[in-house]
Design a binder for this molecule. Structure first.
Ligand SMILES: [Zn+2]
Length: 226
């Protein structure tokens, strides 16, 4: 049986706040990311005995993969905002909107709540996620020991909003269905919607590829060399 690793955080329930935290790597154990089973470090890079998934001490090529998804998302974010996402209208008149002009249109139309939801889901949340992931991957790549606890919390926030990422797509679907209720109205998706969907999915992949344990590796090695 591998030794039990005490679950302690820098602000957690450690007996002594200044006692060194024993990490899984120091204890010689690795965790299966899929089922949570704890194995001796020798099991790393082989199959998990419980669920059969590949066990890694750290996600493979985490920084490189996160960068790849992140750069693709950042590039596509430009057309996602500049290109129109949909055309709405009737037989007599129609208008084409980008995300931002759509928000302005909804606001001026008096749909304050929908305008606010679209603004938060389509502008605030994606920008927050892209900014946080870029900051995390840069600081981690530079092996920064700056505020690891806060950076880990930021990553958890990105993960937490990740499951709500599709909200923006739902909003577009909701808008489309609302307009369709009017028999003469029509909604046509435009290329911007495709770019926007790609940004959402690529950001989720970037967030999944990032290994938050890498934040703590330079902190732990720094402590032992002091
Ligand atoms: Zn497993």
């Amino acid at each position: 049986m591998p030794p039990v690793v005490p679950a302690v955080t820098p602000h957690g329930t450690a007996v002594d706040d200044h006692a060194p935290v024993r990490t899984a790597a120091e204890a010689g154990v690795v965790e299966c990311m899929h089922c949570g089973a704890v194995h001796p470090a020798a099991v790393a890079e082989t199959a998990c005995g419980r669920c059969g998934a590949q066990v890694h001490a750290r996600k493979v090529a985490s920084i490189e993969r996160t960068w790849a998804f992140l750069i693709a998302a950042l590039i596509l974010y430009i057309p996602a905002n500049l290109l129109p996402i949909m055309t709405t209208g009737t037989l007599l008149s129609s208008q084409t909107n980008t995300i931002m002009s759509g928000v302005v249109y909804l606001w001026l139309d008096g749909s304050y709540f929908v305008a606010a939801v679209v603004f938060i889901a389509s502008i605030v949340v994606p920008v927050f996620k892209l900014a946080v992931l870029t900051m995390l991957v840069i600081t981690t790549q530079r092996r920064s020991t700056w505020r690891p606890y806060e950076r880990t919390r930021l990553y958890r926030m990105v993960e937490a909003v990740g499951r709500w990422s599709m909200v923006d797509i739902f909003v577009v679907a909701l808008l489309a269905s609302l307009v369709r209720l009017d028999a003469l109205a029509m909604v046509t998706p435009e290329p911007g919607a495709l770019a926007f969907g790609a940004v959402v999915v690529l950001t989720m992949f970037a967030s999944l590829s990032f290994d938050p344990r890498l934040i703590w590796d330079p902190v732990d090695t720094h402590d032992t060399t002091d």
